[in-house]
Ligand binder design. Structure first.
Ligand code: HEM
Length: 475
């Protein structure tokens, strides 16, 4: 059966002297999707060991070539739109909407990207920093009051609150219904795209309609009374391209919605990994805290809080920057990145990359290349120190945000939120892992610890250092 299946695709590929990459297609119709979904990391690891960094498989109904490593990702990113084009699963296409940047391709994508970028320019980011800081302090107090918590679900609320406040000036804390509708919509993104009453996909499509209606209402209100806050919605309503064209309200709605998912699920994953890795590596936490103290941010005994952050002070936190970089290398939030459709047959690494197939680039495995990263499995922020900069040896060996013309649009926003959160957390708070939890990493839809990271959380006393004996790293 498998042979016939393989032959079918071999027969369909364009003729040429080049061989197809090694690998197999698996079962008819489903291909290897079930093994992939069961454990994506194991799937990739086993095949990489067996076939190398380029191999063929069959995922989600499509013959697919997997690309691992800097050379392959460079080939993909530098040929984007000539030889490769973004492709999404049917559920993604429907739930994101036809006007979403994640779905657009070619020149339409580039024009839209330029317009959306205005919401993430340095001037806009500087405006967002104060809200991020206020919201972070509010949540840190909440967790202090809670004492013990499951951090992943709390961080999800925190990042969604920030996104709602900055993107559409809505306080989700006071709008629980919006949070629930949003969850239903985002859960549908990885569902099977079949609509029958009550199916996950059907509920998600209805949730999308409700969310769009809500954003529509906001747009109408803005048209009557201009919003004094420069939130993302306001920037998108005002932005114009070189010919003075504004975004249509359909474009604004689809992209505000898309950014809510892109902008908070990924950050939740990144911040959860940061908290876990710092608990498991007290020496790194201590070094990051020492940097804060060197910069003059000490806990005041009277109030138990440190001074507010400034753009300048954030820039000076170079060790913290290395820590955050290493978190995104070792535990990249996006494991199932967008696939690309091959527009014209080409050659890479001595193999045929046939027109009409998909290419699926791997972030996690690219970050584990021993030729670039010494002891890649080790959490070692020093690898990004100015005298080592291991990632500089090869372009596109460090790709937590993707690369090329489709590189993450919210990259600087994400880096800002991570830094503000990390700085306030490590200066003023301490946490330890609760025993008996499963810390194994689950990677779909976004990377996170199996049990959601259960911790005990408290405010540090002035001058008290990390209590090493309180560190509990067993899973
Ligand atoms: C740590 C946090 C984040 C990570 C790791 C991340 C990662 C990524 C990756 C890997 C891609 C490329 C996907 C591909 O090549 O198929 C991407 C694209 C994108 N990201 Fe992010 N992201 C993060 C945060 C954000 C935030 C905060 C926003 C917006 C508020 C955002 C908006 C976008 C958009 C709009 C795209 C599509 C860009 C395009 O197609 O031109 N991301 N992101």
């Amino acid at each position: 059966m498998t042979n016939l299946w393989t032959q079918r695709f071999a027969w369909r590929t364009p003729k040429g002297n080049l061989p197809l990459p090694p690998g197999r297609f698996g079962l008819p119709i489903v291909g290897e999707s079930i093994s992939y979904l069961r454990d994506p990391a194991r799937f990739m690891d086993q095949r990489q060991k067996r076939y190398g960094t380029i191999f063929k498989t069959h995922l989600f109904g499509r013959p697919t070539i997997v690309f691992i490593g800097a050379d392959a990702t460079r080939f993909l990113f530098t040929n984007e739109s000539q030889r490769f084009e973004m492709t999404n699963t049917p559920s993604f296409e429907v739930l994101l909407g036809a006007n979403s940047i994640g779905v657009k391709t070619g020149s339409a994508h580039q024009i839209l990207r330029k317009q959306l970028f205005q919401a993430f320019e340095p001037r806009a980011l500087a405006e967002y920093a104060t809200t991020i800081e206020d919201m972070t302090r509010r949540y840190l107090h909440r967790w202090e009051r809670m004492g013990t918590l499951t951090w992943y679900s709390e961080l999800k609320k925190y990042t969604l609150d920030i996104a709602c406040k900055l993107f559409v000036s809505v306080e989700t804390a006071s709008d629980e219904n919006l949070e629930k509708v949003y969850q239903t919509w985002s859960e549908g993104l990885l569902s099977i795209p079949i609509r029958f009453p009550g199916s996950k996909f059907d509920r998600a499509v209805r949730a999308r309609e409700q969310l769009l209606a809500r954003i529509d209402e906001m747009i109408n209100q803005r048209q009557q009374h201009r919003n004094s806050n420069q939130d993302v919605l306001e920037i998108l309503l005002q932005t114009q391209d070189e010919e003075g064209n504004r975004l249509s309200s359909e474009e604004v709605k689809d992209n505000v919605l898309g950014m809510l998912v892109a902008g908070h699920e990924t950050l939740t994953s990144a911040l959860t990994s940061l908290c876990l890795l710092l608990a498991q590596h007290p020496e790194v936490l201590q070094a990051a805290r020492a940097e804060q103290e060197q910069l003059g941010f000490t806990l005041s005994a009277a109030e138990g809080v440190t001074q507010p952050l400034t753009q300048e002070s954030l820039k000076q936190m170079t060790y913290l920057e290395q820590v955050l970089k290493e978190v995104l290398r070792i535990a990249p939030p996006v494991v199932r990145s967008g696939s690309r459709k091959v527009l014209e047959s080409c050659e890479f690494g001595g193999y045929l990359i046939p027109q009409g197939w998909d290419v699926f680039y791997q972030i996690q495995e690219t970050h584990q290349d021993q030729n670039v990263y010494a002891e890649p499995k080790r959490f070692d922020p020093e690898r990004f120190a100015p005298d080592r900069t291991e990632n500089k040896q090869k372009v596109f060996s460090y790709i937590p945000f993707g690369g090329g013309i489709r590189e993450c649009l919210g990259k600087e926003f994400a880096r800002l939120e991570m830094k503000v959160f990390a700085a306030l957390l490590i200066r003023e708070y301490q946490w330890e892992l609760l025993p008996g939890q499963n810390l194994e990493r689950v990677v779909l839809p976004f990377s996170r610890p199996h049990d959601g990271l259960k911790v005990k959380f408290w405010r540090r006393e002035s001058g008290r250092d990390v209590g090493m004996n309180q560190m509990c790293v067993n899973g």
